[in-house]
Design a protein around this ligand. Sequence first.
Ligand code: ANZ
Length: 867
Amino acid sequence: RKAFPFDTFEPKWQQHWAEQKTFRTPNPGDEDFDGSKPKYFILDMFPYPSGAGLHVGHPEGYTATDILGRYKKMNDHNVLHPMGWDAFGLPAEQYAIKTGQHPRITTEQNVDNFRRQLQSLGFGYDWSREVNTTDPNYVRWTQWIFLQLYNSYFNEETQKAAPITELEAKGWTREQIDDVRLAFIHEAPVNWSPDLGTVLANEEVEEWKSKGHTVERRPLRQWMLRITKYSQRLIDELEPLDWPESIKLLQKNWIGKSTGAEVTFEIEGNEVEVFTTRPDTLFGATYMVLAPEHPLVQKITTADQQEAVDAYISACASKSDLERGDLNKDKSGIFTGAYAINPVNNEQIPVWIADYVMMGYGTGAIMAVPAHDTRDFEFATKFELPILQVVEPNDHSDWQGFTGNGKSINSGFLDGMKTKDAKKAIIQWLRDNNKGTFKVNFKLRDWLFSRQRYWGEPFPILWDKESGQHMPVPESELPVLQPEMDDFKPTGSPEGPLAKATDWINYSESAKRETNTMPQWAGSCWYYMRYCDPNNNERFISKEAEAYWSGTDHESPITNHESNPHGMVDLYVGGTEHAVLHLLYARFWHKVLHDLGHVSTIEPFQKLVNQGLILGEDGQKMSKSLGNVVNPDDVVHEYGADALRLYEMFMGPLEQVKPWQMSGVEGVYRFLGKVWRLAFEQNQEGNWVLSQKLSDDKPSADTDKALLKVLHETIKKVSEDIEKMSFNTAISQMMICTNAFGKAKQLPAVLLRDLLKCLNPFAPHLTEEIHAQVGEAFPSAKCSRARILADRAWPSYNEKYLVEDEVEIVVQVNGKLRGRITVAKDAAKEDIETLAQEDENVQAHTEGKTIRKIIVVPGRLVNIVAN
Ligand code: ANZ
């Protein structure tokens, strides 16, 4: 037996909201748009519509944002809370390879299933703004944004992207311009996976390897995006954002800024730059290491060492950066036979090559200071190279491998200086002697942006058959869609499956199409913008919609695209797995579009909240293989959508990792049953009828004092907790209120109505149903059916009901605690004295004695002096 008939009223309300377009949000320019209301733009990380359907992790964040969205709407905001699909991606393509079914078909089926599931949870999305990254109309603007990158460069002076037409006007040649485009062609060793038939970004390699795919290094011609130009801004502009400190730190570490010096060494008449963060240790450089790929290696290697060096280089070729870096425990390397001259003391030091030095970082060459660098220390110990101490730890502890700051020793003119001062002094010396300079380096690499897949956005690029030059597809021809094909298999060559569509490739007599496609990140880099104006065929977003939803429209004029140092989206909720890549890529695109005058804010996401992972009942991560996956459909079937929503919010703080517990679902389900029974009772036939306890009376300050107090406490706490996103504590408070209401002999319907309003964002179906039925019975209680709760104003609390009007006072006899009395706060002194003397225990202690004096400390205590 169901505790309340959710199975009938939940679908009914979902249909009502859809038909009435309850959550449709008008845009500037629409007839019903009210620009005087503040905006609130809430974003969920949109899902990849997998074949498995929704899992219980999705509704966690989605319920949290739905509560906020509904709450802000009741607080008279224009709320933008949309949903869409990140629908390109490998699984659909691999399914297509297996079955021959076009990925568009499977994608559509999966999207339909996801939409049905989300709708069955009653989320108040504005479905008229749904976006799908695979829609031709969406692809068109993704490609348009790519062309913005292709047609711009980074101006070092302004630290902003600018159109390449500026350079053309200055007379730059085609080759010079191609070298600075933000989207550019680059031939470099990449991670090629033969069995996936595609290249992968560095940061994707480990994931696919762990899934059993092979990944090897291969030089390939690829599209890259020049994200490195934004390294400094990506760090600086994080600062004002309201993001978890841990995520900011992850991004900063990923970008990896290092300050130090570039120092010039000489090897057999060749100049070699090294990058070091510790120029103060230059006197301790006892050998030098080049990356095996360093161009100088072949030039300087001596004849004796050539064979060994060649063997070492080919052994390194297949290693990934991670294997060469963090995972590199047993250092390897080989002597080149050559010697370098240390510029500070002209000493000869041997030059080695070793794979712990990466070609892609700094200059690909290092000065090795084994005394004070862990990797160099391991290397020098293994190959018995000299180790010279040049830093004395402040606490005189062991200096071998000491990497901290201290005082310079064995360092000539630096001796005695603190590390910080020694760094300055040596950089000055290097400058004066033309041997080096101050230098900043970033770990961030340019973004490898091409993939060899079918199910992704084709590049809107053509290649001139004769000159071999690339050029953009004219904007009027966007979108460039994939050709219809039946065979999606990789070709085995790095050209990708599109290379098989010979008709499609041959664009004209003189030009053929680019056959690479964009990575899945492309669509998710800008989807939040498209929500603001999803059906615009003229622009990716109208200037008016952009300004309004960015909150910059009031900074007139409406098309003011000056820098606004806040994020466009007010609140972004999603999992921590996107801490670095997605968030970094989206920030980069946003900044480019900002610089080019297309958006008015410099950041996409003002506030970021990460929901915690929901584990299985066994405390392990939910996975098919462990058989501990909870299907939201089953929970909705058994307990209803409101119970699922409420449970996910009641499990604990949103950010925390928490195990699923069915008993917990039952707990909140019982609570919802209690709320239901505040309004209804079962008659003899077992039908739900209006509760006899419900009254149409106005609450009276005398008889309903306790109910008013708990209700107003609840309104206050729930409002504050929703703002803080502390949903579990808000629910606890509503439980307290429901219990108090349940115990009342009579419950005025107006009081129930306010509790329903508080609960509405959490359990929207149940509360609307009760509200509608109670409103029918008691129209005077202003529950009228004409307006549903979702369209009503959030209740406000009245301080006067919150004040405590009774106080507890302790009663002492001759200074010893003998009793406690409860009196009205403003009770007269005489009344307090009388009450104190009437207390049984006090009487026992004053019996037979004479009361000499009664001291009353108002609100605190009464002391009776008796002997
Ligand atoms: C000498 C030195 C002495 C260093 C010392 C450290 C401590 P970050 O930027 O923090 O990662 N390095 C430079 N280029 C490298 C490359 N391509 N591959 C591997 N290692 C490289 O660290 C920069 C430091 O890492 C540089 O400072 C250099 O070693 C090494 F007591 O130079 B150092």
